[in-house]
Design a protein around this ligand. Structure first.
Ligand SMILES: *Cc1c(COP(=O)(O)O)cnc(C)c1O
Length: 217
């Protein structure tokens, strides 16, 4: 089932879009099945769970931290994490820089923008986004590389609203990518990746459409 779902994605997705298989809450056997079907990019939202799965699985997997990151947990993933999607403070950037330096690595990150209407979603306002870009330009956080933007749309049936939110992020990406050398726009999940595709996404984070529904998230 998992292998079939992945095959379908591979046939349908344009080549320039990277598919992150979001495997949070799913057992290692499920990830292994996806791995054997050729999948190499996996997304998790809890650091401890990602570390356990990293230990248990082949080392050529690209691990994406897609959840909110607590500063005191960066150290656990610093040696292997491939991309941190939801960076939304300077404090977190400083910590990632410090831990990446200890490991002799440069860690790629995305800045998460708040595009949804819901209060509960994390992410930067546009003002704070530009403030952070300024700060990292003038200071030397050379072990962190901001490679693009990430956002989550409101969980709603209202397609127009989702479109509006993705379009906001698309515009911001297009307005900044040349100046800052951004390559990655992480936008779209199981329920809305079709819409994200119309708005220039090049990285989608898909869980339930690959692994089936989660008991909890
Ligand atoms: C869980 C999660 C996803 C995937 O959600 P699905 O609806 O199962 O595709 C994508 N992005 C983030 C940040 C998530 O937490």
């Amino acid at each position: 089932m998992i292998a079939e779902n992945l095959k379908k994605f591979k046939q349908e997705l344009p080549k320039h879009i990277t598919l992150i298989a979001v495997s949070k809450t799913k057992p290692v056997e499920n990830l292994k099945e996806a791995y054997d079907a050729g999948q190499r990019d996996f997304g998790e939202n809890k650091i401890q769970e990602m570390c356990d799965k990293y230990e248990a699985l082949p080392k050529d997997i690209n691990w994406h931290m897609i959840g909110h990151v607590q500063t005191n947990k960066v150290k656990y993933m610093a040696k292997f994490v491939h991309l941190i999607h939801a960076v939304d403070s300077l404090k977190l950037i400083k910590e990632i820089h410090k831990r990446a330096k200890n490991e002799g690595r440069v860690i790629n990150v995305l800045l998460q923008l708040k595009i949804a209407k819901e209060d509960t979603k994390f992410g930067l306002s546009q003002e704070d986004f530009f403030h952070i870009l300024n700060e990292i330009e003038t200071k030397d956080y050379n072990h962190v590389k901001v490679v693009g933007l990430m956002g989550m749309a409101t969980f709603t049936e209202d397609k127009t609203q989702i479109q509006r939110e993705f379009s906001t992020l698309e515009n911001l990406f297009n307005a900044t990518k040349d100046k800052y050398g951004f390559t990655t726009l992480s936008m779209g999940m199981s329920g809305d990746y079709h819409i994200a595709q119309k708005h220039g996404t090049n990285m989608i984070r898909v869980g339930s459409k690959i692994f089936g529904a989660r008991d909890y998230s």
